[in-house]
Design a protein around this ligand. Structure first.
Ligand code: C2E
Ligand code: CA
Ligand code: CA
Length: 609
């Protein structure tokens, strides 16, 4: 039987089938027969194209449970399949695919799965970016196609010499193949090509005319989700069709595709070198940022555009797609209705960020964090009455990294939840230590990130740590920013109320830097406001800031709130704040954030006075 099997696998037909499948879909195959690799696509590389025993075994298990195929799906978005090959009803071989991506790569989980890949993260990211990506519907077709190939091979084995029987199944395979290809390259909704189509066209263009320059636009409709949420999918679909049509008309000689959901890609040849790319971008922006009429409902739409130029920015299709995506994300962070041209530093930034994320995930375990303490001084008597705890990171790989550089990354990646818990616990232990030594101070302020508060379980974490450390809650003040409160007044008030019932004080941090309205302060159960440094910087001149700070302090006092001025750097500022009857100041003028030993010396000194 083995020789039959080998003949079938080696047959011109099966090989052609698997090869053409690869050239169109970019998926390679591997056939494992009795623990041995029996057939392998010439470019199948074991490390990056999988073939991990652990996952393969799981696929085999699924097939043994009487399924037509087995599937491995990772959180990152990678997946691959296996289909059985039988002899006399026994599964003797499995045909595996190389990995494909389910819709979009979720880099967030990559480092978690990295140990399975046994390779360096950046190498993996590079490889992963070459992996073909398909929608759910296309993946279903691919599976169907694969099951059909296995069916053909199985039939082939049984009726090796009777070719007539194969004809019918071959026909079925062909039609299956055609639908699959159509689905893999076209977007049904808009009639445009999809991202695979554009990528293939770009590859062809680069291969055939490597000298020919082109620009790739990545367009995203910014407020599209609102259309779907408020008006429903019917309107969302109509809008995408209308916009798709408009882009197609604007770029009738170029290649246009719809990417995922609300994204479009345009590949425009740059035959005329005098084309001004900024004018091009503005033209596209103004054509799409408009009020769109959908059956008498007017929908305002804004867009962000990322742009990248071949061959200046990248030499292959995958890199070009990546660059356009990076530029788009930059444009998005600049606010609505903007476009950005890709520049190399943007990619470097992403590499640095991904390196930092990797290190950040290990930082707690490796004990790389430390809490520094910055004194808060009572203005009327110059006495240190407390400290703000500020985190410091001494990374074994990156050296000292300031919170301004890593807190937002920790927030984006969710790592802030564990960092926040570490900070709170560490500070509570310190509070207890200082209390046990008999030092005299009011309380320690601890920063809390908006991401922590938004997550369920925040109050439980606070309770757990209080119990564990036995800390006296009167000695804790939590600093929250106004953005948290503004986003969801009701929920934040609930959380704040609960914390206050436990005896914890609440300060509103960075007051003045955001939406700040003294009006909403009335409805907030807080104790302290901390005036942002940007206001303090300007108080010594006859300025807008001077008047504002004066009225903030007055109003806060009427509302019986404590006022702390942040970032006080000079005697002049200190005097001005004293005249304004500000309660406390914090800043380099009295002391920078310092390690706990130094803070302790300061406490020792003030407690003696
Ligand atoms: P923040 O809460 O507004 O903290 C005050 C920042 O201003 C600190 O920066 C402090 O070192 C700095 N600062 C204080 N006085 C002066 C001054 O006179 N002049 C100048 N130029 N700067 C002054 P740092 O420690 O780099 O922290 C930056 C931000 O990172 C903090 O702003 C806070 O938002 C965040 N952060 C720090 N530690 C933590 C933490 O443990 N948890 C959370 N969630 N965020 C933290
Ligand atoms: Ca703070
Ligand atoms: Ca602040």
């Amino acid at each position: 039987m083995e020789s039959n099997f080998s003949k079938v696998i080696d047959s011109y037909e099966v090989k052609t089938l698997l090869h053409s499948f690869y050239s169109l879909m970019g998926i390679k195959c591997l056939i494992k027969y009795r623990e041995k690799t029996f057939y392998k696509h010439p470019e199948f590389r074991p490390l990056t194209d999988f073939g991990f025993k652990k996952y393969d075994e799981n696929i085999v298990k699924q097939i043994k449970e009487n399924r037509k195929y087995g599937i491995f799906k990772s959180k990152t978005g990678l997946m691959y399949f296996g289909v059985p090959i039988y002899i006399d009803n026994n599964t003797v071989a499995i045909m595996f695919t190389s990995p494909i991506l389910y819709q979009k790569l979720n880099l967030k989980y990559l480092s978690g799965e990295i140990s399975d890949f046994k390779a360096h993260q950046n190498d993996i990211v590079d490889v992963v970016k070459h992996i073909p990506c398909f929608s759910k519907e296309v993946i279903a077709k691919i599976i169907e196609y694969f099951c059909n190939i296995s069916y053909i091979i199985n039939k082939n084995i049984r009726t090796y010499s009777k070719y007539s029987e194969l004809l019918e199944s071959k026909k079925r395979l062909e039609s299956n193949y055609n639908t699959m290809v159509k689905m893999a390259y076209y977007d049904e909704l808009t009639g445009l090509g999809n991202c695979n189509y554009l990528k293939t066209e770009m590859k062809k263009s680069i291969e055939s005319y490597p000298e020919r320059s082109f620009i790739l636009f990545h367009v995203e409709l910014s407020n599209f989700k609102n259309v779907n949420d408020i008006l429903g999918y019917k309107y969302g679909d109509r809008l995408l069709q209308k916009i798709g049509n408009t882009i197609r008309k604007l770029y009738s000689n170029d290649i246009v595709s719809r990417n995922y959901g609300n994204e479009f890609l345009i590949l425009k040849k740059l035959e005329n070198h005098k084309i001004n790319l900024h004018t091009e971008a503005k033209y596209l922006l103004h054509s799409l940022c408009d009020v769109w009429d959908l059956d008498d409902i007017e929908v305002p739409i804004s867009v962000s555009i990322g742009m990248t130029v071949y061959p200046k920015d990248g030499k292959d299709a995958t890199v070009m797609m990546r660059n356009a995506d990076i530029a788009l994300n930059k444009a998005k962070s600049n606010g609505k209705n903007s476009y950005i041209m890709f520049e190399n530093y943007m990619y470097d930034e992403i590499l640095i960020k991904s390196e930092m994320e990797k290190e950040l995930r290990k930082a707690i375990k490796n004990e790389e964090f430390e809490l520094y303490y910055q004194p808060q001084v009572e203005v009327c008597n110059n006495k240190v009455v407390g400290f703000e705890a500020l985190i410091r990171w001494n990374s074994s790989k990156l050296g000292w990294v300031m919170p301004g550089e890593f807190i937002s990354l920790a927030e984006e990646t969710g790592i802030i939840t564990s960092i926040g818990e570490w900070v709170f616990e560490k500070a509570c232990f310190q509070i207890m230590q200082w209390k046990n030594k008999g030092y005299d101070y009011d309380f320690i302020s601890i920063n809390v990130s908006p991401v922590q508060i938004r997550k369920n379980g925040f109050v439980d974490m606070i309770k757990r740590v209080i119990k564990k450390t036995g800390v006296d809650t009167n000695l804790i003040e939590l600093e929250i920013t106004e953005s948290v409160v503004m986003e969801s007044l009701e929920r934040s008030c609930g959380v704040i109320d609960e914390l206050k019932r436990m005896g914890i004080r609440i300060a509103l941090d960075d007051f003045g830097s955001g939406y700040s309205s003294l009006n909403y302060l009335k409805s907030l159960p807080i104790n302290t406001i901390k005036i942002d440094k940007t206001f303090i910087d300007g108080i010594c001149k006859y300025s807008y800031e001077n008047i504002i700070v004066d009225s903030i302090i007055n109003l806060a006092h009427i509302m019986k709130l404590d006022v702390v001025a942040e970032g006080v750097e000079s005697e002049e500022q200190f005097i001005s704040l004293r005249e304004k009857r500000c309660n406390k100041i914090q800043g380099y003028y009295f002391g920078k954030p310092m390690p706990c030993k130094e803070a302790e010396k300061m406490l020792e000194f003030t407690s003696l006075r």
